[in-house]
Ligand binder design. Structure first.
Ligand code: ZN
Ligand code: ZN
Length: 350
């Protein structure tokens, strides 16, 4: 009892000292300055020494809401170069928090022109401009991508002008404001000057979207496929043979149908019904991974994104006994695949 009292009083004493310390300006200043140092200069999440193909999920959800998650966004780092596939709502905010070095971002690639895959292009433009981008932001996309970037440029023309005038031509030069849109051609490698990197786009079926792509990325023997949004038409499976990582979008018909049963809004009911015919089911995603001999399956753009353990278990029920080497991605999920190894290291970016 006496021992317990001593321990208790020591804990209280430490707590009180800590509390008093927090009221001291000197302690506050020291803590704040250390914190700010980490906030402003924390760029070591990227460009580490190890040569690897690295993936960071910068947006893991579909348009159905899920707290704390951004819409579709996959960052791929190969050596010192970064490519970003899709930029849905909230993804630019994530990239800013992760402190992505935009000067190393070679291009943004858009799988298809649904808003949940490109809504944050204007913020990507601003962040990269502030960090010293020296030419208009390169954006690869399906047929019509030039109209999208033209539209954003028109909407933001006053913003470009205001920021250029306020911060000056040296900091935000007006001649690099705007985008450089490049149309993707099916099965034609995306031109890039990253040694050892190949980015191969392939057509997927997301009808009535008339032009939608998936991508296969290879870097020095390590491989990843991004499905984009698609039905199971065989394309993803074809390009995913023996890849290290398949990043696939997936819908749970089971959960969407349960949502329809409890929903009372006719408009939402119609949408929840319609979305079922142009996405790959979670069961199909598992079968694709199994049949293509994929090493690991990373689910993103999940419909709906599981918000708790029970929902996650029900979502993945169709994969039981079928394909169990999978991960449900969250915003910040990172996959590191060092070259000349078979390692697939999955963790969470800070
Ligand atoms: Zn989508
Ligand atoms: Zn879509």
């Amino acid at each position: 009892m006496k021992k317990l009292l001593i321990i208790l009083s020591s804990v209280i004493a430490i707590y009180l000292i800590g509390l008093l310390g927090l009221n001291s300006h000197a302690v506050q200043d020291r803590l704040l300055n250390t914190g700010l140092q980490n906030i402003v200069n924390n760029t070591d999440q990227f460009l580490d020494k190890q040569d690897s193909l690295k993936i960071v999920v910068c947006g893991s959800r579909s348009p159905l809401p899920s707290p704390g998650r951004a819409e579709a966004c996959i960052l791929i780092e190969a050596g010192d170069d970064i490519y970003i596939f899709d930029m849905g709502n909230g993804s630019a905010n994530n990239l800013q928090q992760y402190q992505v070095p935009w000067t190393n971002v070679k291009a943004v690639l858009i799988t298809h022109m649904h808003s949940d895959h490109m809504a944050d292009l204007p913020d990507a433009h601003l962040q990269s401009w502030i960090q010293g981008r020296n030419s208009p932001l390169k954006v690869y996309g399906p047929e019509g991508i030039n109209l999208v970037t033209k539209g954003f440029e028109l909407a933001y023309s006053a913003d470009y002008q205001y920021r250029n005038e306020h911060h000056g031509e040296d900091i935000l030069p007006i001649n690099v404001a705007g985008f450089n849109p490049i149309e993707i051609i099916d099965n034609e490698l995306i031109a890039n000057d990253t040694p050892g990197l190949e980015i191969l786009p392939f057509v997927v079926d997301h009808h009535p979207v008339n032009s939608a792509y998936g991508f296969k990325v290879s870097y020095k023997g390590r491989t990843v496929v991004i499905s984009g949004d698609t039905i199971h038409d065989g394309s993803v499976e074809k390009y995913s043979q023996d890849v290290d990582l398949l990043i696939h979008s997936a819908i749970s018909i089971d959960i969407v149908e349960r949502m329809r049963k409890v929903n009372t809004m006719p408009q939402l009911d119609k949408i929840l019904f319609d979305i079922q015919d142009y996405h790959t089911t979670i069961e199909e995603a598992g079968e694709i991974a199994r049949d293509a001999n994929v090493k690991h399956l990373l689910i993103y753009h999940s419909i709906p994104t599981p918000q708790n353990t029970v929902m996650e278990k029900v979502f993945f029920r169709p994969l039981e006994g079928k394909f169990e080497d999978y991960t449900l991605s969250d915003d910040g999920t990172r996959v590191v695949m060092p070259v000349e190894t078979n390692d697939i290291i999955i963790d969470q970016i800070n």
